[in-house]
Design a protein around this ligand. Structure first.
Ligand code: BGC
Length: 526
């Protein structure tokens, strides 16, 4: 009995833990040319190079959230969400990218959405850049142009000034790693440019500076009155060594992937991760350059970026293993197949299952290990999981596989909280409704709600996972079946010894007690 009570609490989230769900402007809004909206780089890509997208689909109408936003708000309320994370389409608000021309229509759309959410008691969590840059700024170089950081900062200032009285959680940039590394290395995302030598690193530098400038503006001019918080959402690919001898390489790969987008902001020292500076200097020399292709920061830039956060926002989907490239082997594209820079090849454990997306094998423990690594690198700075999701295909409402995904990943989040002592503020399921999944078009579906893209009304229907997630939110717990508790504890114990964070102290005493009691209970059953 005692065990049941303790372990039920073990499967519960702390009081105040927040649950949300997310979408992004280009993926759901549609209305790509409504009123005075400017063209975005995604509008341009899908219209000029449709072959890049499965079935030549595009986001012209998408889930039509521009017209059906009330339905989205109702869905969020039906689920009982504490917050809804959506993004602002930069060219919808500022058709020419700059603040000298403002769209009243765009402003009204986001005001309506924000107000309707608040009326239902749902907090709006707003992302400023989820990949739909005004094309006009791309024509001037986009993220490879250092001036982009000022243009972005002015856009952010404007958004803070008109929405900040009601929006208290801001994400400046969504997944800079994907924008810069995947974008320029593969050329398959907008703006559709393949230039792996300089572009990913220029973009890396300028996008972080853009974030930091926006953060400093908020800090100085808006925080005193608005009292909100600002961060950027990093997309995190958790990387493990393939064999014990690949441990050092795996650590380098984590710095290459997560560190390059986090160290300048979250580390005590600031600037690039030192191991990456070294590797890049060597790699650049091999490529025939006299200076590193990883651009330098000035002292002022380092200072401005360091500490430009109020919490760490992470999107987590998947994990890879890494091994060194064999002699003569081409590691291919970072971060799909490997990295020529660190001479590592990424592989997938054949035992890992998949949803529909071939890019995202599942390894639930990865989220816990990733958070543990972040704590070790940057401290227990407060984490908000801003995306985590699973894809299916076709029309299917009975998505038991998605339910399992959510339960498995949330179980690991609970372990992070209760065993590793991570301060995790909330969890966001990606996504609220099916949407335009970039190169996959509408073929992969992440929604808790199915959207019928053949229907002119874009009818939304809840899946089984919507019911499950609503229950999680209502009960603040993943479930509390005692049999599962025993099994779960058995697994907890095994993972505990392997976890990279096992050196952490500070887990709440009561929970440790629960763990011990549960542990004794389980051993007594074996
Ligand atoms: C992106 C989303 C995308 C999701 C699933 C995330 O990296 O932020 O826009 O839909 O992954 O692929």
């Amino acid at each position: 009995m005692l065990n049941t009570v303790w372990c039920e609490s073990f499967r519960k989230f702390p009081t105040g833990f927040k649950f949300g769900s997310s979408t992004s402007s280009y993926q759901v809004e549609g209305a790509w040319n409504a009123s005075d909206k400017g063209e975005s780089i995604w509008d341009r890509l899908v219209h000029t190079n449709p072959k890049l997208i499965k079935n030549a689909e595009n986001g012209d109408i998408a889930a039509d959230s521009f017209h059906k936003w009330r339905q989205d708000v109702d869905i969020a309320a039906d689920l009982g969400l504490n917050f809804y994370r959506f993004s602002i389409s930069w060219p919808r608000l500022l058709p020419k990218g700059l603040t000298n021309e403002i769209s009243e229509h765009g402003k009204k759309y986001y005001n309506n959405l924000i107000d309707a959410l608040l009326e239902k008691g749902i907090e709006p969590v707003v992302t400023l850049y989820h990949w739909d840059m005004p094309q006009i700024l791309q024509d001037l170089g986009g993220w490879t142009n250092p001036l982009m950081s000022d243009w972005f900062a002015e856009y952010a200032r404007y958004a803070f000034s008109i929405f900040g009285d009601r929006v208290k959680t801001w994400i400046t940039i969504n997944e800079a790693l994907v924008v810069c590394d995947f974008g320029y290395n593969s050329g398959v995302l907008a703006p559709g440019i393949t230039e792996p030598t300089l572009a990913p690193y220029l973009c890396n530098k300028h996008i972080l500076i853009a974030h930091a400038k926006a953060y400093r503006i908020y800090d100085e001019y808006f925080r005193p009155k608005q009292r909100g918080r600002v961060s950027l959402s990093n997309s995190l690919l958790w990387i493990e060594p393939l064999t014990p001898s690949d441990k050092e390489l795996a650590e380098l790969a984590r710095e290459h992937s997560t560190g390059r987008y986090s160290h300048p902001i979250f580390s005590k020292k600031g600037g690039w991760p030192p191991s990456i500076e070294k590797v890049m200097a060597e790699y650049s020399r091999k490529q025939g350059f006299n200076v590193s292709t990883l651009p330098r920061f000035t002292k002022e830039e380092i200072k401005m970026m360091r500490g430009a956060y109020d919490f760490y926002a992470l999107n987590h989907y998947t994990t890879r293993l890494i091994r060194p490239a064999k002699p003569g082997e081409d590691p291919g594209i970072w971060f799909i197949t490997g990295s020529p820079e660190i001479n590592g090849v990424l592989v997938v454990d054949p035992a890992w299952p998949y949803g529909e997306s071939r890019l995202l094998p599942l390894y639930p423990e990865g989220i816990r290990r990733q958070i543990a690594w972040l704590m070790k690198q940057y401290g227990n700075v407060g984490f908000l999981i801003t995306e985590n999701g699973y894809s299916t295909s076709g029309s299917r409402l009975n998505d038991e596989d998605r339910v399992k995904f959510i339960r498995d990943y949330l179980e690991q989040v609970l372990l992070s909280i209760w065993i590793d002592g991570a301060k995790i503020m909330g969890y966001t399921y990606w996504s609220l409704i099916d949407n335009f999944e970039w190169m996959d078009g509408y073929s992969t579906k992440f929604g808790l709600y199915e959207v019928d893209f053949e229907h002119p009304e874009r009818v939304r229907t809840p899946r089984a996972s919507a019911q499950y997630y609503a229950n999680v939110i209502r009960t603040n717990s993943i479930d509390s079946d005692t049999h599962q508790d025993a099994n779960t504890l058995r697994r907890f114990r095994r993972k505990e010894t392997e976890n990279v964070a096992s050196s952490y102290s500070g887990s709440p005493i009561a929970v440790s007690l629960c763990f011990v009691i549960g542990f004794l209970f389980v051993t007594s059953q074996i």
